[in-house]
Design a protein around this ligand. Sequence first.
Ligand code: FNR
Length: 348
Amino acid sequence: MAMVCLSDFEAYAKKYLPKIAWDFFAAGADDCSTRDENILAYKRIHFRPRMLRDVSMMDIRTKLLGTEISFPVGIAPTGFHQLAWPDGEKSTARAAKAMNTCYIASTYSTCTLEEISAAAPGGLHWFQLYIHRNRAVSQQLVQRAEALGFQGLVLTADLPYSGKRRDDIRNGFCLPPHMKLKNLEGAFEVCKMSPLDPSVTWNDIYWLQSLTHLPIIIKGILTKEDAELAVRHGVQGIIVSNHGGRQLDGGPATIDALVEVVEAVQGKVEVYLDGGIRKGSDVLKALALGAKCVFIGRPALWGLAYKGEEGLQDVLRILRDEFCLSMALAGCASVSEIGRHLVQFSKL
Ligand code: FNR
């Protein structure tokens, strides 16, 4: 089967993954309005391409908090990679390193942080944190990540509780017994309820800053009010995200929310986006509206499901090449030439 675009990997994953794993990856909250809107919203944005601008030499590199990556697409944190491929997050880390981009490893990884960093030494890794009710557990994770050379701490802000994902409830989803949340082993027994702390507030950013020198990136911001609070609390980056539509259903598509967040932060921190990126032209639209980089969630899992590390590299390569082609056809030879002038919102 020729894998030409990301939908080909989606179709493969749907056909070959066990239903319970496919449903878990695909799930959105409630009736999946926001999940689907993340994708539909790109269709309402059109390019204003420019012609006759020498695009013979393309430069698609960018920097994330000062570190260069080969193209502006990284891997968003998603849990349970062993559901997609036996080597799990180790394969993800290898693929990200091979393509010279950033991988954000989830608190809910099925490999340890040590295994992830050993699989791809020197790779650009950020660690995504869910704050645990037992703060000692979170403190230990943050400090372990820093000691292992992870270069950023991503605090996920949109999951005080898990959204209601209907198929997971119907399927009675849980991890198969041979897979473990290896970074939290033992930690679940400490808590009788959900181990995640719904009492987290902005003040906890100060607590995190007291634990680590790592830059803090806050994930799950959708409004200008929260973007301003993030800047005021001294974070270094914001990921505009609605958790792939898995949390609050009925919120905006991330590409629509991006505009007000970018306006609010006025260049004081880097702004990234995830949600619904399925084509290189989506990446170009997000950059035109002010994102420094985008991250992919589900497409990375489809790549893993196809052929592990190689499959994920294929997904990243396709996105990279589509992005580069879209840039050239829109008249941009370097990412520094991409700007707001390049897109317009359709009236519909
Ligand atoms: C996620 N996401 C997520 N986010 C996070 O901060 N920590 C996590 O452990 C997870 N786990 C997770 C599992 C699965 C199966 C999915 C689909 C998503 C959200 C993820 O980081 C990202 O926000 C979305 O996946 C982006 O949307 P797309 O690219 O999947 O459309």
